[in-house]
Design a protein around this ligand. Structure first.
Ligand code: PMP
Length: 434
């Protein structure tokens, strides 16, 4: 049966981010419950990366499942132009006041890349509308982004992401962006000068708040980010927080931007928005941005939309997930994980004579990460990631390092015992080697 599934998989499926030549067979998963993935091989794996950073309250949560089922029987999908529905409106009503900043409208899509595409297009068209829709302009037509950023795999999202192995085959097709380093004490004056000089060229600034995920779980200080955002505000640059990964508790607060004093104008959400159960994207914007599209001139319309915009079942899952944030004391679990991560980071820092040399041990909320020193290629292509995944799976833990960066980002229902098992597995790998 299992062999059969692997064979059929190999015959018909092309997996994401997978080199199929000499690949390790994907493990057939039969079911999942809370943090545990049940392999068809009879083995169990703790999902320490929340299945690509999406799972929030754990797999197979009966309350979310029930709400999706009930919604499916009532209204499973409807075109979202010319029609609306209760779950979409209710979710916007609940979500908008929770977001850090002044947000008045929510634009739905269906994944993280579309949530950021929408934000980039909103920022560019905001200015295009305000400038009188010029044929050609050098004003407010550029996007500012961080080096090593990751905002998704569609062309716009790739363009504003770091130029990396992910984007290399397409580099001639990507639009140019202004790229800056993460702000710190040493470069903040230089970055400020750059923005003062170039502000009028820039429509919007997109950033992953506090943690750059796919770029290698790079964490940075709120202090200098506040400074940078303040300068952006003064230069009227639209600030776009990509909270696709950081949203819904990952960094210790419901949204990472809560830890920033200067709030963004646009927030992109996906992944955890549905509790990680269904695909949904959402882009929230301020009233000022929305109003730049309100006009008798039809050309000012935001011509963007996806078939599954605001899918009612996905919205119902999101509402159920928000209920669970309130009912299951999820924020308490988040701070429990944060405390335990911090203690484990201390333990890692004190290790001596380990088989693997590790550095840059860091924690931001529920995310713990460190780098393994390697002699050959650093980053995503380093072979160590796959080797560590295999070693951890032998211990019943699923880790998926970003090359030589090892991290955990668990569902919040992870128990102390399960977290211990994850930590022990990491310790074993670091101390004994792979
Ligand atoms: N933005 C960020 C910060 C992300 O981490 C990701 C996905 N890892 C995306 C956007 C893209 O999301 P999706 O994979 O759902 O398109």
């Amino acid at each position: 049966m299992n062999q059969n599934l692997s064979f059929r998989d190999q015959k018909y499926i092309w997996h994401p981010y997978t080199q199929h030549k000499n690949m390790v067979f994907p493990v057939p998963v039969e079911r999942a419950e809370r943090t545990i993935l049940f392999g068809a091989d009879g083995r169990q794996y703790i999902d320490a990366v929340s299945s690509w950073w999406v799972t929030v309250h754990g797999h197979g949560h009966p309350y979310i499942a029930k709400k999706i089922y009930e919604q499916a029987l009532k209204l499973e999908q409807v075109i979202f132009t010319g029609f609306t529905h209760e779950p979409a409106v209710r979710l916007a009503e609940r979500l908008l006041p929770m977001l850090p900043g002044n947000f008045s409208k929510l634009f739905y899509s269906d994944n993280g890349s579309t949530a950021t595409e929408v934000a980039i297009k909103m920022a560019l068209q905001f200015w295009w509308n305000l400038l009188g829709q010029p044929e050609k302009t050098t004003e407010r037509n550029r996007i500012l982004a961080f080096k090593d950023a990751y905002h998704g795999d569609t062309f716009g999202a790739m363009s504003v992401s770091g130029r990396s192995i992910f984007t290399r085959p397409f580099r001639d097709q990507l639009f140019d962006v202004e790229v800056i380093d993460l702000p710190d004490a040493s470069n903040i004056n230089q970055l400020t000068a750059f923005l003062r000089e170039n502000g009028k060229k820039i429509a919007g600034f997109i950033f992953e708040p506090l943690v750059q995920g796919a770029g290698g779980m790079r964490m940075y200080q709120a202090e200098y980010m506040n400074w940078l955002l303040q300068v952006c505000r003064e230069e009227k640059i639209i600030c776009i927080a990509d909270e696709v990964m950081t949203g819904f508790g990952r960094t210790g607060t419901m949204f990472a931007c809560e830890q920033l004093d200067v709030k963004p104008d646009i927030i992109c959400l996906s992944k955890g928005i549905t509790g990680g159960v269904m695909a949904l994207g959402a882009t929230a914007c301020s009233e000022e941005i929305y109003e730049a599209f309100l006009h008798d001139d039809k050309l000012r319309t935001f011509f963007h939309g996806h078939s599954f915009t605001a899918n009612p079942m996905a919205c119902a899952a999101s509402l159920a997930s928000l209920d669970l944030f309130e009912e299951e004391k999820t924020l308490e679990s988040i701070s429990r994980i944060q405390k335990r991560n911090t203690a484990f980071a201390q333990q890692l820092k004190q290790l001596e004579d380990t088989a693997l040399t590790i550095s840059n041990i860091r924690v931001q909320g529920t995310i713990l990460a460190f780098d393994v020193e390697v002699d050959d290629v650093r980053g995503y292509l380093n072979h160590l990631g796959a080797v560590i995944t295999a070693a951890a799976m032998k211990e019943g833990v699923y880790l998926r390092p970003l090359g030589n960066t090892v991290y955990i980002l668990p569902p919040y229902c992870i128990t102390d015992e399960e977290l211990d098992k994850v930590f022990q597995t990491i310790l074993k790998i670091v101390v004994e080697g792979v």
